[in-house]
Design a protein around this ligand. Structure first.
Ligand code: PLP
Length: 455
């Protein structure tokens, strides 16, 4: 055990230290991967060194490191090393974090971390929540809890509203709980990609007069595309007036609330009925660590708690909590441990500085692109996202030519292991996207990536 654990620890430390210098990763096609890795399960165990070499040289060698300082695609993750250790301890302890009776210590840690998040967001003290695998599961859990009390006879008439800029996990969650596509009403955004409250109010009026039941609005606090934050105060007021559940998807943006800039933008987020957070994005945690906060925590237990005979021995008493009663999973990992451990070791200030560091990187990227004169900013920094495209000097190019050029540059950076950016479409135009969440990324990385566009 000691020798194997030492080998794993050595590799982990070396891997983390090496991220500053190594390429961002390497891909691999299907035939290559099958040739390297496919095969029957061995009847007898193989030697550790051989298996570990496979992991190191064949498996991880063919992957991109989201935690690499030049991985800016999608919404990446970049765990602190204390958080990695927390995940390791979680696996080693392998606590069943579903019921209090089996895990009062771990359950209390999850309650405490959920309380920290509630305080950061301004949620009332009697609100509650739980850890999930990620933002998608948190969004699904919120929708299922919000829909639970609606009588079956009315469910056909429910309407869910969501920003045109919502994350697609919201649509998938709506489908899973049984909403038809025509029960999901995308709402237009303004020039800053923020949901327009008057469009929401008008849609509610129209739906009511057509005999439908306005039910839930899913707003963004940090949209995936551009980092846009919807006008939460106005939306909270509009939802209250309309009797509509306000869900806020803060999967990416949540940690911004630790900073003055984020607090101003997230004004009133504590008035939401539910909020999705995703610490494995901007809170420096390994995958998987999502979280859902719900203002009236009984909505979770009403929707999810079941009392089968074989669970009678572990029913929660008094103020004890069985987290399996609050969500989808029965057997649950002790996911909150990594957050607790890293916050204990690093302090909240470290996370605040991480978010501010990422604002600074995004500002620096934008300024560098603007100064070069060879880029167009398609969406300026919002939180830590900037969208842009390379527009070379020397003659106008059509939209299609610009798309081909930018896609080629993005693909070359990725296949060359230099950087990993992703793309999106803004007002129909192809845009490159950079999303900063990584404490390792520096201004030097920004300089290197920008200049690689110009070669
Ligand atoms: C705004 C938003 N919501 C939800 C999700 C889904 O989260 P997860 O990938 O953890 O399931 C994402 C993922 O990028 C996101 O950006």
């Amino acid at each position: 055990m000691r020798a194997w654990a030492d080998a794993v620890a050595d590799w982990s430390v070396g891997h983390h230290a090496g991220l500053f210098a190594n390429p961002v990763g390497r891909g691999g096609d299907g035939p290559t991967m099958r040739a390297l890795l496919d095969g029957p399960a061995p009847e007898e165990g193989r030697p550790f060194d051989a298996v570990f070499a496979d992991f190191r040289d064949k498996i991880i060698a063919h992957s991109y490191q989201c935690q690499h300082p030049r991985f800016w695609a999608f919404v990446p993750g970049a765990p602190s090393f204390p958080a990695v250790l927390g995940d390791w301890l979680c696996a080693a302890a392998d606590v069943f974090a579903g019921v209090w009776a089996e895990a009062p210590g771990p359950t209390q840690v999850e309650l405490t971390v959920v309380d920290w998040f509630k305080q950061w967001l301004g949620f009332p003290a009697d609100a509650g929540g739980l850890f999930t695998s990620g933002g998608s599961e948190a969004n699904l859990t919120a929708l299922a809890a919000a829909r639970d009390p609606v009588p079956f006879a009315d469910r056909d008439r429910l309407v869910m509203y969501a920003s045109a800029e919502r994350h697609w996990s919201v649509d998938r969650a709506a489908g899973i709980i049984g909403l038809r596509p025509d029960q999901v009403r995308p709402l237009p955004v303004d020039a800053e990609y923020r949901l327009r409250p008057e469009a929401f109010r008008a849609a509610v009026r129209d739906d009511r007069s057509a005999g439908r039941l306005p039910w839930l609005l899913s707003a963004n606090a940090g949209s995936t595309n551009t980092g846009a934050v919807d006008p939460l105060r106005e939306l909270a007021e509009a939802c209250r007036a309309a009797g509509v559940w306000l869900h806020v998807d803060a999967a990416y943006g949540g940690p911004a609330v630790l900073t003055d800039e984020g607090r101003a933008l997230f004004d009133s987020i504590g008035d939401a009925d539910s909020v999705t957070l995703d610490p494995h994005k901007w809170l420096a945690q390994p995958f998987e660590a999502g979280c859902l906060l719900v203002r009236d925590v009984r909505r979770l237990t009403d929707a999810f708690a079941l009392r089968p005979d074989y669970m009678e021995d572990v029913a929660a008493a008094g103020d004890e909590v069985n987290f399996c009663d609050r969500g989808i999973g029965l057997t649950r990992r002790f996911r909150s441990l990594k957050v607790w451990l890293s916050v204990q070791l690093l302090g909240v200030g470290w996370f605040r500085r991480l978010v501010e560091h990422c604002y600074g990187l995004a500002d620096y990227l934008q300024a560098t692109l603007e100064q070069s004169g060879e880029f167009e900013i398609l969406s300026p920094r919002r939180l830590s996202v900037v969208c842009f495209r390379h527009v070379p000097l020397g003659g106008p190019m059509s939209e299609a030519e610009l798309e081909r050029l930018n896609r080629r540059l993005m693909d070359e950076q990725r296949s060359g292991g230099k950087a990993f950016l992703s793309s999106t479409r803004l007002a129909g135009r192809f845009a490159l996207r950079a999303c900063f969440v990584n404490w390792r990324t520096s201004a030097d990385d920004v300089d290197a990536v920008v200049s690689s566009f110009l070669i």
